[in-house]
Structures are given as C-alpha cells and as structure tokens.
Write a protein that binds this ligand. Structure first.
Ligand code: FAD
Ligand code: SIN
Length: 534
C-alpha cells in the first residue's frame, strides 16, 4: 500500500465507465464510436453478476408471442408501480438488442431440430416462452461475447481498479460529475480519472444481505457513490429474493434457475406435499415474490431449514442437456437431480430500485449516466419479472450511449481541481469484516423477505449503532465496500419504513394490504436527507 499521497495521478478520458458487466460493456462498445472510453472494474473483467446469470434474457422473439403480452406480464409483476413508457421501450427494443448481442458474438442456444430458431425457455410470471438462453450459463456467454467485442472496439479495460467516489465539480452550472477517484488494488496507488461523461454500471447490492445469490462484488458501490454525489435514489425497499438457492447457502449461494420450474420441477414440503397451489393459481410458476414468500411461510410453519425442489417430472436426459451447469454443481455436492430432490431456500438476488434515471439514463447529477442493476429506470416497479434484468441493462445501456454522443458534443473537458487523495492508513481488516457481517445480519433479520414496523425500526437502530465503526474516507476497497454496504442498508431500511403498505416485493406484516395512497415511487434525496414518495 502506498503511503499518504496528497495528489492522485490524473488520467484524462472522454468517457469513464465503472463496471464491466452487461451494462458496462454493451455501453462501452457503443460509446467507443464517439470518443476515448476508459473502463475501470474492481476485479477481473468478467467478475460481475452478469457472469452468473443462468436463466436468460427475456425478449419477444417468437412469432406466436407479442410485445403486448410481454408488456402485460411486466406490468403485472410490477404491482402497479412500473413506469409505462419505460416498460414499452424495454420490451419493444428487446429483439433488436438480442440480435445485436448475437452480432457481437454471443452464442445463444438454438433448437436442435430447427436450426436458426432460438431455443426459448419459460420462467415464472411469463405468459409465453420468451427467454433467450445459452444452456444454463447465459450470463457467461454474454460476458464472453461482450468482452471479445469490446476488445475489437479497442475499449481499454483496467482490471482491479476500485472506484472510491465520484469526482463532482460544484463550481460551474451546479454540480457536474467530472470523473472518479479510484484505487489500484495491486499497488494501492490512487488515480483521479477526469472524464467528460461518467457512466455507472456497477450493478446491484445483494451482499448487503447475509444470504445472497450475488458474488462478492455486489456491494452497491455505485448507488452509494451516486447518492454521496447528490443523485436521488428510488425504490430501494424492493429487494428481490430468489426462491431457489441451493441449501446450504454458505459460503456462497448457488442458484437453481427458475427455468428448472419452467421445465416442470415442483416445490414440496418435508412431507412431500406440493404446496405452491395453496398460494397462487400459477402454482410453481407464480411470480417470484409470491414463491419466495410461500417458501418462507412454509419454513416458518414447519420449522424446516429448507424446502425441496422435486425435479423428477423432468426426464433425466432433458435435465442433463438443458441444465449442464446446475447438474455439475449439484453432483459436486453429492446430489444427482432429477432423481434426487434438491434442498432449496430463498436468498437476496436483485435490487429493483437504485439511482433514479430517466429514459435516457440521465441521473440527478449532470454528466453522470447510469444503467443496469445500479439504476432505477422504472421498468421493474415493485417486482422484476424474471430475465428482464439483462434486457433492461442492454436496452438502457444503448440509450445511455445515444445520450453520451449528445453530451460529448456539448460538454467541454472537465476543469475542476482533482480530488484530494485519501490517507492510506486504514482500519483493521478483522474489524472491517466483523462490521460487514454485522450489517448483513441486520438487513437479513430486519429487512428481509417479510418485514414489520418493529423489525425495521430495530434494524434502523442497529445500523445507527454500527455507524461509529464505519470507516471514514476509506481508501482500501474492503473498507470502502463496508462503508457502502452500511449506507445501502440505511437507505433500504429508510425506504421500507416509508412504505406503509404491502406491494410486490415489499411485504409488511404491519401493513399487509396494498394501499392506493402508496402507488408511487419512494425517493430519497441526498441533499437535505429528504425522503418522500412521488
Ligand atoms: P454487473 O454484471 O453486476 O456488473 C457490475 C460491474 O461493476 C462488475 O464488473 C463489478 O466488478 C463492477 N464494480 C462494482 N463496483 C465497482 C467499483 N466500486 N469500482 C469498479 N468497478 C466496480 N438476470 C436476468 O435477466 N436473467 C437471468 O437469468 C439472471 N440470472 C441471474 C443469476 C444470478 C446467480 C445472479 C446473481 C443474477 C442473475 N440475474 C439475471 C440478474 C442479472 O445477472 C444482473 O442484474 C445483471 O447482470 C446486472 O448487470 P450489470 O452490468 O448492471 O451489473
Ligand atoms: C434464474 O435463472 O432463475 C434467474 C433469472 C433472473 O434472475 O431473472
């Protein structure tokens, strides 16, 4: 680790991209047509939630399907909170974006007996087969295809660079983002990247919960950085819990894709009873929030540590062909589906809220754009429809690239003084890890699948008590992540407290019904610590 540096090295670029998942890379490829693009990513280039996506990307690719049906399914899942214009844009742009991914070199799976026809899967909440996939490793195929295309587009990707904070110039016409302060994980050197446009593609924050399907990178850094820079955040109470993570979920949860239920698998309790029909007319293919809550209720009712996913309705040869990755991982854990039932539990999976953006990916801070899981575009409302996330990322990344072309014509090179480098002295690593664990426990207990007023108030108090230990001005990635997780935890709990009803993913025992008065977004404004619903 370098010693105290007063002035970070300054690098200049036209466009700074933070993150190398689907939102970051698909944008960078397009933005490179308009200027010099610099991508910073905090680990290896492929280490992103994107790389772990299994099920696929939803789009209307079958002549028997329709935009209207995909729109209706998305709105239905969103429980009255979707932005209609954003959903319309999402769904109608879908086929073009999928074709573009194919042109970039992403290898999706095609029907064996119908060459040229994409093999489309079905997932919960979808009224048609419309999930474009690459076996059960869709994310890996997308990530690989995009990395290759980015290399062809001469996009410079700097691995192991951790963005600590955005660089905001207050001097001109109000706050403008002019880049970011980052740290090279390998040398500890701090670098200020000056950019005419800064684009956040830092993904979600599943790591704020004790149990999550998300990899270690998902610590909500982008949401925290944008909030500190002055951007409003929205709908952070809507955390999606995936119903079926393989039990036990530690050290890291492995996802059993919803597509397994799409192919016929059934959830059963310890006595072997298929229980989903008690909860929803679509039974095992009900929307994800319903299924996760049903499993949670069954586990509470019976005291069981998990429920069972019975894959036996799926023929063994089909299972092996359709889910090779899931089969391999299960076998490595001594389970052999479809013959063996799989022990499963819900785990935190996806953040529907985020940095509030408009249809052009603009945030509340000038020259700062955002897309992907870090953003709240309004397409998911109170609950995301399965496989709409990869779609949202690629659709709004393309919009952001169009916005960037316009901004680059208008925005001069940044002139603000570079940010001060941060002291290299950092808190003890063991203390940082303890704090990380404490935050994750508080969120899991107080702001999990089912909430209530008392639990949320207790979570708020616990986070306030932990705040004394939160690193100030962190310069190491680990300390910065924990500070970001703490801020995310506070924002999620504050948002959940504001919503005194149950809707979509936010279910409160204290307010078990939807209330039309709350059919609006929950916005938290950073400046005056203001919070309100609009
Ligand atoms: P990510 O892919 O998470 O990329 C974020 C990037 O930002 C990473 O490169 C990360 O290293 C970088 N980064 C973060 N913070 C910093 C920082 N401070 N400095 C520098 N770099 C930083 N969605 C679907 O639609 N279909 C699916 O089938 C599906 N399956 C899923 C399965 C799993 C197991 C998981 C976890 C998610 C799944 N999702 C699925 C959700 C979907 O994968 C994500 O929402 C989507 O990939 C997010 O893409 P992104 O580009 O916004 O973020
Ligand atoms: C899955 O494969 O079940 C995940 C799909 C998603 O998160 O949309």
């Amino acid at each position: 680790m370098a010693g105290l540096t007063q002035k970070p090295t300054v690098i200049e670029t036209d466009v700074l991209v933070l993150g190398s998942g689907i939102a970051g890379l698909s944008y960078a490829i397009k933005a490179a047509r308009h200027g010099r693009v610099t991508v910073l990513t905090k680990k290896e280039d492929s280490e992103a939630n994107t790389n772990y996506a299994q099920g696929g990307i939803a789009a209307v690719m079958d002549p028997g399907d329709s935009f209207e049906a995909h729109i209706a399914d998305t709105l239905e899942a969103g429980a009255g909170l979707c932005d209609g214009a954003a959903v319309d844009l999402l769904v109608r742009s879908g086929p073009e974006r999928v074709r573009e991914l194919i042109e970039y070199g992403v290898r999706f799976t095609y029907e064996r007996d119908r060459p040229g026809s994409l093999s489309l899967a079905r997932e919960g909440g979808h009224s048609a087969r419309r999930i474009v996939r690459a076996d059960d490793l869709t994310g890996r195929a997308i990530e690989r295809g995009l990395l290759d295309a980015a290399a062809r587009a001469a996009v410079a990707i700097h691995e192991h660079y951790f963005a600590l904070d955005l660089w905001v110039d207050e001097a001109e016409r109000g706050p403008r983002c002019i880049g970011a302060l980052a740290v090279d994980r390998e040398t500890g050197e701090q670098v200020a990247v000056a950019a005419r446009v800064t684009y956040l593609a830092t993904g979600g924050c599943g790591q704020v919960y004790r149990y999550t399907t998300n990899p270690r990178i998902a610590t909500g850094d982008g949401i925290a950085m944008a909030f500190r820079a002055g951007a409003p955040v929205a709908n952070l109470e809507f955390v999606q819990f995936h119903p079926t993570a393989l039990h036990p979920v530690e050290p890291r949860a492995f996802l059993i894709s919803e597509a397994v239920r799409g192919e016929g698998a059934l959830l059963r309790d310890g006595a072997g009873r298929a229980f989903m029909a008690d909860y929803h007319p679509l039974a095992d293919l009900a929307p994800r929030d319903v299924v996760a809550r049903a499993i949670d209720a069954e586990m509470r009712r019976t005291g069981a540590r998990h429920v069972w996913l019975d894959c036996s309705p799926i023929p063994a040869t089909h299972f092996a062909e359709r889910f090779p990755n899931i089969l391999e991982t299960c076998r490595s854990r001594g389970l052999d589906p479809p013959a063996d039932p799989l022990p499963v539990v819900p785990a935190a999976h996806y953040m529907c809220g985020g940095v509030r953006t408009d249809l052009d990916a603009r945030t509340g801070v000038a020259s700062l754009l955002a897309a992907g899981e870090v953003a709240c575009t309004g397409v998911h409302g109170a609950n995301r429809l399965a496989s709409n996330s990869l779609l949202e990322a690629v659709v709004f990344a393309a919009r952001a690239a169009d916005t960037t072309a316009k901004l680059l014509e208008q925005e001069a090179a940044p002139r603000g003084a570079p940010p001060r480098a941060r002291p290299a002295r950092q808190p003890d690593a063991a203390d940082v890890e303890k704090l990380r664990g404490g935050i994750r426990d508080v969120l899991w207990m107080g702001a999990g699948i089912v909430r209530d007023d008392e639990g949320l108030a207790a979570a708020r108090r616990s986070l306030a008590e932990l705040s004394a230990a939160v690193p100030r001005e962190p310069s190491s990635p680990e300390a910065a992540e924990v500070a970001n997780l703490h801020l995310l935890g506070e924002l999620i709990v504050r948002s959940a407290i504001l919503r005194k009803e149950s809707r979509g993913l936010h279910f409160s025992r204290s307010h078990p019904d939807p209330d039309p008065a709350f059919q609006r977004d929950t916005i938290i404004q950073p400046d005056q610590g203001k919070e309100h619903s609009t």
